[in-house]
Design a protein around this ligand. Structure first.
Ligand SMILES: Cc1cc2nc3c(=O)[nH]c(=O)nc-3n(C[C@H](O)[C@H](O)[C@H](O)COP(=O)(O)OP(=O)(O)OC[C@H]3O[C@@H](n4cnc5c(N)ncnc54)[C@H](O)[C@@H]3O)c2cc1C
Length: 327
């Protein structure tokens, strides 16, 4: 029987992200092991029958390697777990390799599944090779991708009693604030139900002979806001933005989906003005239901890559969607 530590960063109100709740549900599903929650930054306001260890204080609310690593190390030393699970947030991904080293453990990242016999699954070579691996070294740290557990831990009920751990730090790095790329709002939302992909067609001459980039920007941002969708892009479109061409200023390479971009996980995806070439669509591996809007009935999506292809003008479709969503 293994003891399992789940590391989380609660929100200021004590709630946990869906991703953290998935990892907690995954830990519980492993069966029989003693599950302990380690929270950094504040106490989690979730019902939980096991032990909850908390490192709190102003210094630990900020995302910073030195304080996140010191807190995680202190929790690991108090719990002495066999297995440590954490959601693949930027904070945990940044510091846990160092923590594994400090406590004599091993770490694997990008884990997409873990079963009761502690066999972990992950993809290699841009999601082309799927591997199942296990390790004898303990503690074994596993950073879990979102969507790896279909269930989430319950959020309602009496919050768990917590044990506070004192950790003394004197950080040299000051977190002065957050800056979103190119002045836009947050367009990448890993927990969104829908991935909306914009392709280079939005910036091409349209049937009236004009390039309608400003209108495209308004339609896309309007849809993202109203639908709460995450915004992805084809490589062609972000490359145009990167060259300083004034197209869609809120896009950066972080939005790029595909072979040389990201492989996001969302239940649904809608591609617009995007041709659906293989290097792009390979990034849709974990999108369950795929739809596309393209003027070209022979585009890549029509060749078995989308569940539904709407042969239509995306300007008209998205304007209509925005109108319906505004009601
Ligand atoms: C090694 C390598 C790695 C690559 N990695 C990636 C990657 O990670 N991600 C990626 O995306 N690409 C990648 N590519 C590039 C990829 O092959 C394609 O070139 C790219 O995805 C094309 O982008 P697009 O579909 O937006 O643009 P285009 O091919 O220009 O397609 C635009 C589409 O918009 C449609 N359209 C235009 N106007 C409208 C309208 N009003 N309504 C509806 N539809 C309209 C057109 O019919 C057309 O199909 C890679 C290529 C290579 C060689």
């Amino acid at each position: 029987m293994s003891s399992i530590l789940v590391l989380v960063h609660p929100q200021p109100d004590g709630s946990l992200s869906r991703h953290s709740l998935e990892v907690l549900a995954l830990a519980k599903s492993l069966g029989g092991g003693d599950v302990v929650v380690g929270a950094v930054g504040g106490a989690p306001a979730i019902p939980f029958e096991g032990r909850v260890l908390v490192v709190e204080g102003e210094a630990f609310t900020q995302p910073r390697y030195s304080t996140d690593a010191a807190a995680a190390q202190a929790i690991c030393e108090a719990v002495k777990p066999d297995v440590v699970l954490a959601p693949s947030t930027s904070r945990w991904t940044r510091c846990l390799a160092g923590v594994a080293q400090r406590v004599g453990g091993r770490i694997d990242t990008h884990v997409t599944a873990l079963d009761e016999s502690l066999q972990a699954m992950r993809w290699y070579y841009r999601q082309r090779i799927e591997a199942v691996l296990t390790r004898t070294q303990r503690p074994w740290f596993l950073i879990i991708e979102s969507g790896s557990s279909k269930s989430v831990a319950p959020v309602a009920g009496t919050p768990a009693a917590v044990v506070k751990i004192a950790v003394s730090v004197s950080p040299r790095t000051e977190v002065s604030g957050m800056v979103s790329p190119q002045g836009g709002g947050q367009t990448i939302k890993p927990e969104a139900e829908l991935l909306f992909v914009a392709g280079a067609g939005w910036t091409k001459k349209q049937k009236d002979g004009r390039v309608r980039a400003a209108e495209a920007a308004g339609l896309i941002l309007g849809f993202i806001d109203r639908a709460g969708a995450s915004l992805g892009s084809s490589k062609s479109l972000v490359d145009l933005s990167g060259e300083g061409v004034s197209v869609l200023p809120f896009l950066s390479h972080l939005n790029q989906v595909g072979q040389t971009g990201s492989t996001p996980r969302h239940p649904k995806g809608l591609a617009t003005c995007c041709h659906g070439e293989e290097p792009h669509v390979v990034g849709w591996r974990f999108i369950n239901e795929r739809r596309a809007v393209n003027l070209d009935p022979s585009c890549g999506w029509a060749r078995g890559k989308a569940d539904v292809l709407y042969v239509a003008d995306a300007f008209e479709v998205v304007a209509k969607l925005n109108e319906l969503l505004s009601r």
